[in-house]
Design a protein around this ligand. Structure first.
Ligand code: ADP
Length: 247
């Protein structure tokens, strides 16, 4: 739990949940359910005008795309998966700590982290995984807290939480925004992104169902169509739900 100084006299409490490298395409299919997220506990000390949105959706539904559209409208997006990658980029203390713990074998020829090599170690050995989490989680927490603390008191904070439903976090947000797309559309997009169809199916099957996500949603966006249609829905969400919540 970490205190967040949001502005003079106001603060929130944040917790970074566990990271399981869930976005890694090299995670084996039988890897346990995983999540990485930052939750904000309702403390009653927020500015009345800050809006906290939990954004979720199954893999390939377009969640990251929606996060980008919300950011373009001024939201502060906290994407813990992305932060987890940033904190081990070349030249970071995070990468140095990972090399110290796991050796040069986890470095690719270009000096970046060799994710498949590291995944091979940590997915085979829970202790190694705990060691890796022990390095990465505090760095993610620190960065996420920095980002939230830098947000204005009337900011729209969007937490991009892949497994929001699976990890029971719906209650942490003012609004839960769910992105959906038809199964065949999701599969096609994931294959286009370089995943095998079998892997994509296995990942989808390991996540919550559309019904489970809908059950906690305040708003559902349908992203089975074009990007233009998605943008229209994001515009409507912003005008009808976000702006009124800020004023
Ligand atoms: P998620 O974060 O839910 O896994 P992404 O936002 O990364 O999904 O979207 C998956 C892929 O589909 C990305 O390559 C993205 O560019 C593409 N995509 C998302 N929405 C659309 C859309 N409406 N039309 C076409 N491609 C889309």
């Amino acid at each position: 739990m970490v205190g967040l100084p949001l502005s003079a006299g106001k603060f929130a409490v944040a917790e970074v949940m566990s990271c399981d490298w869930c976005d890694w395409s090299d995670a084996p299919e039988d890897a346990p359910p995983c999540y990485l997220s930052v939750t904000f506990e309702p403390s009653g000390r927020y500015s009345a005008h800050m809006v906290r949105i939990g954004l979720t959706g199954g893999i390939g539904s377009g969640k990251s795309t929606v996060a980008g559209l919300l950011a373009a409208r001024g939201a502060v997006v906290i994407d813990a998966d992305r932060i987890a990658r940033e904190v081990v980029e070349p030249g970071t203390p995070g990468l140095a700590a990972v090399i110290e713990a796991f050796g040069d074998g986890v470095l690719a020829a270009d000096g970046a982290l060799d994710r498949p090599a590291l995944a091979g170690i940590v997915f085979a050995d829970p202790e190694a995984r705990a060691r890796l989490d022990g390095i990465v989680h505090p760095l993610v927490r620190e960065r996420a807290v920095e980002l939230a603390a830098a947000a204005a008191a009337d900011a729209v904070l969007v937490n991009d939480v892949p497994l929001l439903v699976e990890t029971g976090q719906a209650g942490s947000y003012d609004l839960v925004l769910v992105v959906e797309a038809d199964l065949d559309v999701r599969l096609a997009r994931l294959v286009e992104r370089g995943m095998t169809e079998d892997d994509a199916r296995a990942r989808i099957a390991a996540q919550a169902t559309d019904e489970q996500r809908r059950a906690v949603a305040d708003v559902v966006l349908d992203n089975s169509g074009t990007l233009e249609r998605l943008e229209e829905q994001v515009d409507r969400f912003w005008t009808e739900r976000v702006e009124p919540a800020r004023s």
